[in-house]
Design a protein around this ligand. Structure first.
Ligand code: FES
Length: 106
């Protein structure tokens, strides 16, 4: 298990915005939903494609994969519609020292 990695200052990730951080070889999508931060592996569970290229719907707390349109719940990584059925990995997030942190805790 790796240490926490610093994603960005809290002021750099505003509500509705997303960014990508790397923990070693793992790309992590970090999203601010109305002041709450969530982190998922930045990889669609349908095919090897980055979720962060997709559109965030802050109201529904979802992100849509741009490749084939699968949607995932940003809060827990659950797949919400075909063609994806498996969830994407969810990672912990914390706010400390004015910054957002996450890590691949698998
Ligand atoms: S790669 Fe994401 S829906 Fe197909």
């Amino acid at each position: 298990m790796s240490d926490w990695i610093r994603v960005c200052d809290t002021g750099e990730l505003l509500p509705g915005e997303k960014t990508v951080a790397w923990d070693g070889d793992t790309p992590i999508l970090v999203v601010n939903l109305d002041g709450e931060y969530y982190a998922l592996e930045d990889q669609c569970s349908h095919e090897d494609y980055e979720l962060s290229a997709g559109e965030v719907d802050p109201g529904a707390a979802t992100i849509e994969c741009t490749l084939h349109g699968a949607k995932f719940d940003l809060r827990d990584g659950r797949a919400l519609c075909a063609p994806a059925h498996a969830p994407v990995a969810k990672f912990p997030v914390k706010v400390e020292d004015g910054a957002v942190w996450t890590r691949d805790d698998r």
